[in-house]
Design a protein around this ligand. Structure first.
Ligand code: GTP
Ligand code: SPV
Ligand code: MN
Length: 590
């Protein structure tokens, strides 16, 4: 008798009609074979999937270019397909499941002809974790198969674990013919299923990541009493040797990976990494909030990464431990056969091909690396990997940060008055858009909890779920708003950011342990400047004050924007959020 898994694979193969089916076992030997196939056999059009890189300077690294129309998440082509539109909410694109299935079946019909279907069994979370979930993705491209091996715990043991159960998370993926008009990423929360076609890049194609670990998982968390969040997880070791665990939510390309492995500018402090993108949060037996990272790799923004900004990531990329490391849509230094991107250390190389493979001229407008070009590398390569990373229970969280990219208004750091106010801080978050998704860059949009593109159900209900989670916590984490991106009158970042962000984390750690005071403002509790460790920074006092400036007049359009945003959710917006909104309006005298 065929298992539910075998039956499902068989049905998808009947629809997509691959030339062969390869069940992956997740081994290194297999990954090496897949790379060979991508180097020499498998092609998209005329282009091989992978190119070799200089193995001396970039050990076990390979280069990939995605289709030029396919370089970022396609939010406008991403749908949640639940029979009830209200459940999906105004924060998502909605399509009826029947319509979506019909549309997709047509696009899938025979789409894998002549190609290999790879069956990828993987765990999100440590296999022994009570919070982990088993999943299987089907794909027709070796790049996705290899990427999923880096990003998740892929193993044939998962097949045994699934056994005769029908309730594993199912992902069907095909690159189709890359036609952007035939590109869709469909989510079926009731069936725990994702169908994606037409894209081979990032969150559109690595279905364990945003599709499952956030959109489907946030829905499961709502049903089952836990949270799936767009958050980094890190430990802050202080001079006492104490490690304090925190999470931080920031929108795409707004600093999570950098924060997750920050190299401290203050002596005696050290950051330990547990995750750079996604956290699953559960109430532990002791009433504290515990975080696990469902992933096991980084899919990080390349441009700007250097020994100056993120030395620990540079060390991770050049570490030989876990095979392989991938670079996608960066530039290529053809003299050395090395990946290159804007902001990398050293002189600009003489001969560079851009992310589309065309000769690139330095100094012009055009970038060599696509702004959303990325590396894919195992978390086990990170020299900062926390010893608790593989602890199935996760780590207890003492503070949660909500960040965004805001040139004005939002202070460097402020602490919520209480859990409910913290949920409001998360809900009112806005951020200027980045190249991580296909849209105009630099526009302010509301991005509650940095989850706008990732919350798989109505965000009004999501805020309510957060409020309820707080009620179940005996010792809830403190909640903070942070903003590294405030600019001066010349449009320059005031705060140096990166390794210097430890100064903000230090204050947060001291707050968590009741070791330092704070000053009340309409927005929340902020540090007294004397309590922020600023030695060696040379930021003039007027600029430091600007980082915390609150001008009620300037807040008027912001408050209007927040109100309009909240109103969209009608009855589903919890009254508690309106109470906090009204309190803020009153305090600002606006
Ligand atoms: P996703 O992987 O898309 O979810 O992004 P992320 O949140 O992990 O962003 P990442 O850390 O990769 O940072 C993206 C961009 O923000 C890069 O260009 C960084 O150089 C920049 N950045 C990160 N941290 C800071 C900071 O503290 N200050 C400033 N000014 N820029 C930063
Ligand atoms: C993001 O956009 O938030 C990412 C990259 O982390 S992707 O995997 O493409 O979603
Ligand atoms: Mn992300």
């Amino acid at each position: 008798m065929a298992t539910p898994l075998e039956k499902w694979v068989d049905e998808q193969a009947k629809l997509t009609k691959p030339a062969r089916i390869h069940w992956c076992d997740g081994s290194e030997e297999e990954a090496r074979k897949l790379i060979e196939i991508g180097l020499h056999e498998e092609k998209i059009g005329d282009t091989p999937i992978f190119q070799d890189l200089n193995q001396t300077n970039w050990p076990k690294s390979y280069y990939h270019r995605s289709h030029p129309t396919d370089v970022a998440r396609a939010e406008h082509l991403t749908f949640i397909c639940h029979p009830d539109k209200e459940t999906v909410g105004p924060n998502n694109n909605w399509m009826h499941p029947d319509e979506a299935r019909e549309k997709m079946r047509k696009l899938y019909d025979g789409c894998m002809k002549g190609r290999t279907m790879y069956v990828l069994p993987y765990m999100m979370g440590h296999p022994d974790s009570p919070y982990a979930k088993a999943s299987v993705q089907l794909t027709d491209v070796s790049y996705v198969a290899v990427s999923m091996r880096i990003m998740t715990r892929m193993s044939k043991d998962v097949i045994t674990k699934i056994g005769n159960r029908p309730d594993f998370v199912k992902g069907l993926h095909s690159v189709g013919d890359f036609d952007p008009n035939k590109r869709f990423i469909m989510h079926f929360p009731l069936e725990q299923e994702v169908w994606s076609v037409g894209s081979g890049y990032g969150g559109n194609a690595l279905l364990g990541k945003k599709c499952f670990a956030l959109r489907i998982a946030s829905w499961l968390g709502y049903q089952e009493g836990w949270l799936a969040e767009h958050m980094v997880i890190l430990g802050i070791q202080d001079p006492k040797g104490r490690v304090t665990y925190i999470t931080a939510a920031m929108p795409s390309a707004c600093g999570k990976t950098n924060l997750a492995m920050l190299e401290s500018a203050l002596p005696g402090y050290k950051i330990w990494t547990l995750g750079d993108d996604i956290a699953w949060l559960n109430v532990g037996p002791d009433g504290r909030l515990y975080a696990i990272n469902p992933e096991s790799g980084f899919f990080g923004v390349a441009p700007g990464t250097s020994m100056k900004t993120n030395p620990n990531m540079m060390r991770t990329l050049q570490n030989n431990k876990f095979f392989p490391t991938l670079f996608t849509n960066t530039g290529l230094d053809t003299d050395k056969n090395e990946p290159w991107w804007e902001g990398l250390d050293g002189a600009v190389p003489q001969h560079v091909l851009d992310w589309q493979g065309k000769p690139w001229t330095p100094g012009g407008e055009a970038k060599a690396a696509h702004p959303n070009s990325r590396f894919t590398v195992s978390i086990y390569n990170a020299p900062t990997l926390d010893k608790e990373f593989d602890n199935p229970r996760g780590v207890p969280i003492s503070a949660m940060l909500f960040g965004g990219r805001r040139m004005q208004l939002i202070p460097l750091v402020s602490e919520a008055f209480n859990w409910q106010h913290g949920v409001f801080l998360g809900a009112r978050t806005g951020s200027e858009t980045t190249a991580a998704a296909q849209h105009k860059v630099g526009m302010l949009r509301r991005d509650p909890f940095s989850m706008l593109p990732f919350c798989g159900y109505n965000m009004g209900d999501y805020f309510g779920h957060w409020l309820n989670m707080g009620k179940r916590l005996k010792n809830p984490p403190k909640i903070y708003s942070v903003n590294w991106f405030r600019v001066d009158d010349n449009g320059k970042f005031i705060w140096p950011g990166f390794g210097e962000n430890i100064r903000v984390l230090k204050w947060i750690v001291e707050r968590v342990h009741g070791e330092v005071g704070a000053k009340e403002t309409p927005l929340g509790l902020v540090p007294e400047l004397k309590d922020l460790e600023l030695s060696g920074l040379n930021i003039p006092a007027d600029k430091m004050n600007k980082l915390f400036e609150i001008k009620p007049e300037a807040w008027k359009p912001e408050l209007e924007d927040i109100r309009k945003y909240m109103e969209q959710f009608g009855d589903r917006m919890p009254q508690a959020m309106w109470d906090d909104y009204n309190a803020l309006v009153k305090k600002l005298g606006a």
